[in-house]
Structure formats: structure tokens, C-alpha cells
Design a protein around this ligand. Structure first.
Ligand code: CA
Length: 338
């Protein structure tokens, strides 16, 4: 028995501090030649009416690192910035997608966050998705990119654009104080947290949102999964039902996004893609954002969850709900049918 527990201990230990495994659909191309790609893009941009197909073929089938090298070579050959040249040559959703690909994943997320808070009003849907679905490591990289790109702290912009408990929750998440997964399962703490979540919400009049925020922003994800399971032994409603009963509006959407991502982050993205393409046409902004930001992270697993949940492949769904060059670019990022 001692041997078995030692073995299990080691298994969880080795999982401990490691990064989440990646499941990309976009991977580095072999026999890569940045100068050749840059020259082909320059020709495509100069072609009368623009040769979008060539630009799509190249930029959607190279890794972020390779695209960065192409941009460097392009500037050397054409004496201008590739993103500026693409902006001049393309338009609409295709332009947004390809310009997104010219940034690193963290830079892209940072610029989407900036855009969601720009000017009067706030695009809460984007803000909630980006802050509540990203893990600690991603959020730390996004904050760094945000600081470098906009010379401002992400926290500062969020607190200027949001208020009340919604602001408190987002700021608590952006502080990235979540525990790393531990190799020791603390049953006492699981039970305590489950009881506190219940007593702060369903059990009392009103809601002690502060208690919910501190538990959901500071505990590790494996711990929270067990807390939500334990929660059901205290509350007649599961955690998601409790959230719907206790809070409303953006705060409700944020807590629901968090819990869905704790449960299965790739299923959350699959469902968002499904919702964005449910009716005629597509919410192109959402589709672009998820494909561009996840194609080098976990889009392969999002595809699997999509097919499993909705009985139709992501590829087929994109093919039915989008069109033209934009569709070609999306399908290429999607990487294949399931
Ligand atoms: Ca209550």
C-alpha cells in the first residue's frame, strides 16, 4: 500500500508546477523560409485586387514565432511594417483576423481587452470572457503585454471602466493570486470552502459576494472542482444554479464563466462558438477572437468538445455560417474537420 500511495503522490507531484499541456491546430511549418514568405506576401499585397488567398495560406499556417520572423523580413524587404501594409490591403473581418495573428497570443488578448474598454461604454462580453477564462499564467502574460503595449496597468483601466462587485471580481482575478494545484488534497479546506460558499449565498438573505470572490479567485482549479462537488451536500442548488439565484447582470455572467471554465475550459469555448453561430450568419467578432486566441493553445480540444456537445464539427459549422476569404482563413485556423 505504501508503494501505491508513493506512486500516486509522485503522479500528482509531477503535475503540480507544470504548464497546462497545449493542443494547438496551428503549429510551426517545416522547411520554413521567412524571406520567401515575406516576398510572396509583398507580391500578393501588390497584386491588383490583392491576392488574399496567398496571404491567408501563409499567415494561418505559420506559428506566432514564424509570423514574427516573416514580419521582420518583410520590413527589411518592403521597408514598411507588415501590419500597416495588411491594414491597407485588407478590410473587414479578414483584416481583423490577420492583424490579430500578427500579435502574440498575450498581445492579442491585451489589445482585445484594451478595445473592450475603449471610449464611452464597455464591451462587457469581451471583458468577461478574457478575464474570467484565462488562467493565472495567461493573465500574468497579458498584464505584461498590456503594460508594454499601452504604457498602462490593466488593473487601472479595469477599475476605471467597471464598478461595484463586478469590478471587485475582475480585479481580484487580474491580481493572479490563485493557488497552484497542490499534490495534497485538503478535505477540511474543501469542506470549509463549500460551506462558506453556501452560507454566503443560498443560506442567507442577500449575498456576501466578497466571500465568493475570495474563494473563486484564490483557490486552485482542482480544489474548486472538489469544492463545487462538496457544495451540493450543503445546498439544494448546484453552484451554477446558486449563482443564477443570487446575483444578476455582469456579475452573474462573470461567476458563471468562471465556474464553467473551472469545470471544462475547452467546452466553455466550444459553447461560446456554438452560440456565436447558432442563428443565420455569425457573430464574427466572437468567432475571430476565440480562433485567433486559442489556435496555438487548445483549439484542437475545443474542436473535440464542440463535436461531442453539438453533434456537428466546428469546421462544418464555420463553413455554414461564414463566407468568402474570411471563411477560408477561419477554416485554415480550425485546421480540419472532425
Ligand atoms: Ca442569498
Amino acid at each position: 500500500m505504501a508503494l501505491v500511495s508513493e506512486f500516486l503522490g509522485q503522479l500528482t507531484l509531477s503535475y503540480g508546477g507544470e504548464e497546462e499541456p497545449k493542443f494547438p491546430t496551428v503549429v510551426p511549418v517545416r522547411d520554413f523560409d521567412a524571406a520567401r514568405d515575406a516576398a510572396r506576401i509583398e507580391t500578393a499585397i501588390k497584386t491588383k485586387g490583392v491576392d488574399e488567398q496567398t496571404i491567408i495560406d501563409i499567415l494561418t499556417r505559420r506559428s506566432a514565432e514564424q509570423r514574427r520572423e516573416i514580419a521582420f523580413e518583410y520590413e527589411r524587404i518592403a521597408k514598411k511594417d507588415l501590419s500597416v501594409a495588411l491594414k491597407g490591403a485588407l478590410s473587414g473581418s479578414l483584416e481583423a483576423l490577420l492583424l490579430g495573428l500578427m500579435k502574440s497570443t498575450a498581445q492579442y488578448d491585451a489589445s482585445e481587452l484594451k478595445a473592450s474598454m475603449k471610449g464611452l461604454g464597455t464591451d462587457e462580453e469581451t471583458l468577461i470572457e478574457l478575464v474570467c477564462s484565462r488562467n493565472n499564467e495567461e493573465l500574468a502574460e497579458i498584464k505584461k503585454a498590456y503594460r508594454e503595449m499601452f504604457k498602462k496597468e490593466l488593473e487601472k483601466d479595469i477599475s476605471g471602466d467597471t464598478s461595484g462587485n463586478f469590478a471587485k471580481l475582475l480585479l481580484a482575478l487580474v491580481q493572479t493570486r490563485r493557488d497552484e494545484p497542490s499534490n495534497v488534497v485538503d478535505y477540511q479546506k474543501i469542506d470549509d470552502d463549500a460551506r462558506v460558499l453556501y452560507e454566503a449565498g443560498v443560506k442567507r438573505k442577500g449575498t456576501d459576494v466578497g466571500s465568493w470572490i475570495s474563494i473563486m479567485s484564490q483557490r486552485s482549479i482542482p480544489h474548486l472542482q472538489k469544492v463545487f462537488e462538496r457544495y451540493k451536500s450543503y445546498s439544494p442548488y448546484d453552484m451554477k444554479e446558486s449563482i443564477k439565484k443570487e446575483v444578476k447582470g455582469d456579475l452573474e455572467k462573470s461567476f458563471l464563466t468562471l465556474v464553467e471554465c473551472f469545470e471544462n475550459r475547452q467546452l466553455y469555448f466550444a459553447n461560446k462558438l456554438y452560440e456565436a453561430m447558432k442563428s443565420k450568419g455569425a457573430k464574427e467578432k466572437v468567432v475571430t477572437r476565440i480562433l485567433v486566441s486559442r489556435c496555438e493553445v487548445d483549439l484542437m480540444r475545443i474542436r473535440t468538445e464542440f463535436k461531442r456537445q453539438h453533434k456537428k464539427s466546428l469546421y462544418q459549422t464555420i463553413a455554414e455560417h461564414t463566407k468568402g476569404d474570411y471563411q477560408k482563413a477561419l477554416l485554415s485556423l480550425c485546421g480540419g474537420d472532425d
